[in-house]
Design a protein. Structure first.
Length: 202
């Protein structure tokens, strides 16, 4: 992790030896994998995803893992420790994979096209939220859902702005073509009139 990623959310329990013993002795999930596959479309026209290795964290497990995560970042930053840095990275991956289902659910709720792009934006929002989350705020999913939705709304707005710019450019080009056409028509009409005047003067 770089120095910016090692910014941690401090907590009063970090100064309690008894509490930290519980947190550090907690057995972290060994591996949480994501195996999402598109299973087809339902009768409602929605994409169906299934997670073959789904692991849900309880509220208490989630809180302990986040405290362990931030403590690891704190120790890595204060002691410049590669061991604690690796622990923080490992826990971050666990938290990301455990909450990735939220990304899929929200993306599919708001979009049926350009899924990969929206998943990329939403995943970045999930990661940023993990790095800033304070366990005093309650359940992580509630906090993360707002950040993920905001990232999707911004992406939709950017896409709409880009389309609006494309439409405006097309309209400007059409206007230019019309102006050129009018100038050509006037020029042609002027030539015809001049030719007719020349014929009458002969």
């Amino acid at each position: 992790m770089n120095k910016q990623d090692l910014e941690y959310v401090d907590n009063a329990v970090f100064s309690s030896a008894e509490e930290m013993e519980k947190i550090l002795s907690f057995s972290l999930p060994q591996k949480i994998e994501i195996d999402w596959k598109i299973g087809g479309k339902s009768s409602l026209g929605r994409f169906i995803f299934r997670n073959e290795n789904k692991t849900l964290l309880t509220a208490e497990e989630e809180k302990i893992i986040f405290l362990r995560y931030n403590y690891a970042k704190k120790m890595a930053k204060e002691n410049n420790s590669d061991n604690w840095d690796k622990q923080a990275q490992s826990i971050e991956n666990i938290l990301f994979n455990a909450n990735f289902a939220l990304v899929i659910k929200i993306v599919l709720h708001y979009s049926r096209s350009d899924i990969d792009n929206f998943i990329g934006e939403a995943s970045s929002a999930l990661l940023r939220t993990i790095r800033k989350f304070d366990t005093n705020l309650g359940r992580f999913s509630t906090y993360a859902a707002k950040a993920i939705k905001l990232s999707i709304f911004r992406q939709i707005k950017d896409d709409m702005d880009n389309k609006a710019e494309d439409i405006e450019e097309i309209e400007e080009n059409e206007l230019s073509f019309n102006e050129i056409g009018n100038e050509l028509a006037i020029s042609e009409l002027r030539s015809i009139i001049e030719e007719n005047i020349a014929d009458l003067s002969d």
